[in-house]
Design a protein around this ligand. Structure first.
Ligand code: 8YV
Length: 329
């Protein structure tokens, strides 16, 4: 039944019932069945008449969509990354974008470290060997991996998640931490995570374990390709929990096959959920399906923050974590 005083919104990917419930207090809510991913055309269709949309990093909000959805006022991402938003086009159309920072920082850093350790210590590769029934005897060098404690941790992209990974490495594992970022952190922040700023070339050359946590921008596209991998130590590992497209997956697969670096751990892929077939064919890579923030409490907090942004903006004109606050003025 139509509720004339409530704005209509779309939840573009299934969320938890508690989140829907909170939204229904304020809005007429159209949801998406679990397991369904709308095409861009279907998304536009379902957005007709909607003032807001709750998106994941998988829905593109661009100029074409905005032109076709003139009633849209806000897109609330439940991810911290927002490369699915064309913010300039959104600002021009007067549409607010919000993301979900902070609530996932520590959880995502935990996973970054888990992936680093699984990669260095060959956890999934050795499990595959065991499950296949190949384990007949113990030997001294069986799945001997790379050391983690006391080695050099390199971080490319030193935002909140990068800093949380640095703290784990420095304080938990006695690692020397080096980082490269668009801008250098202030002294107190560097001291807090015991991290030293270096050039990108120094980072590549010195890291024993290199973790990518930078946002995906056009400049970041393939910022780790064949040329960068060639500058890394042959014993190094590479972990990407940032975005697919930052790494040239084909070049990485080649480097792994040729043992130009020891191993990689990837949670994100260019064109995901498709994974480059060459990556599937090499043993020395740990592959996970974009789950770095995936604990139930954290995913709940991310979705609730996106819901709260929709509620705050559409009922009071102020969002909690705006990306283009000039739209709220
Ligand atoms: C999300 C993420 O789970 O927050 C981000 O930027 O990459 C993940 O935490 C994912 O993007 C949701 O679509």
């Amino acid at each position: 039944m139509a509720e004339p005083n409530k704005p209509a919104i779309l939840v573009a990917r299934a969320v938890f019932p508690e989140v829907e419930e909170r939204l229904r207090v304020h809005f007429v809510v159209e949801t998406t069945p679990a397991g369904t991913v709308w095409s861009q055309e279907e998304l536009v269709q379902r957005l007709q008449g909607k003032a807001g949309v709750l998106t994941t990093g998988g829905e593109r909000i661009d100029a074409a969509l905005l032109a076709a959805c003139p009633q849209l006022r806000i897109a609330a991402n439940l991810a911290v990354g927002h490369n699915n938003f064309d913010l300039a086009a959104m600002t021009a159309a007067g549409v607010l974008g919000t993301n979900a920072p902070d609530v996932l920082t520590e959880t995502t850093a935990d996973f970054g470290f888990a992936l680093l350790m699984a990669t260095a210590r060959r956890v999934t590769e050795s499990e595959r060997y065991l499950r296949a029934g190949h384990w007949k005897q113990w030997s001294l060098d069986l799945f001997a991996g790379a050391e983690v404690h006391g080695t050099t941790l390199g971080i490319l992209g030193m935002g909140r998640i990068g800093q949380a990974i640095a703290r784990r490495g420095a304080h938990g594992f006695g690692m020397r931490v080096i980082y490269h970022n668009r801008s250098r952190l202030d002294e107190a922040t560097e001291a807090g995570c015991r991290a030293s700023y270096v050039s990108k070339a120094e980072l590549l050359a010195q890291a024993d374990h290199l973790v990518l946590v930078l946002p995906y921008t056009p400049e970041a596209h393939h910022s780790i390709g064949a040329a960068e991998i060639a500058q890394m130590k042959p014993t190094a590992t590479l972990v990407n929990i940032a975005r697919g497209g930052i790494v040239d997956d084909a070049a990485l697969a080649r480097a792994l096959r040729e043992r130009r670096i020891a191993a990689a751990g990837l949670d994100v892929f260019e064109g995901e959920p498709k994974v480059h077939p060459d990556l599937l064919a090499v043993p020395n890579v740990v592959l996970t399906p974009h789950i770095a923030s995936a604990t139930l409490p954290t995913r709940m907090a991310m979705a609730m923050l996106a819901a709260d942004n929709l509620i705050a903006y559409l009922t009071q004109g102020r969002a909690l974590t705006p990306l283009n606050p000039e739209v709220m003025a």
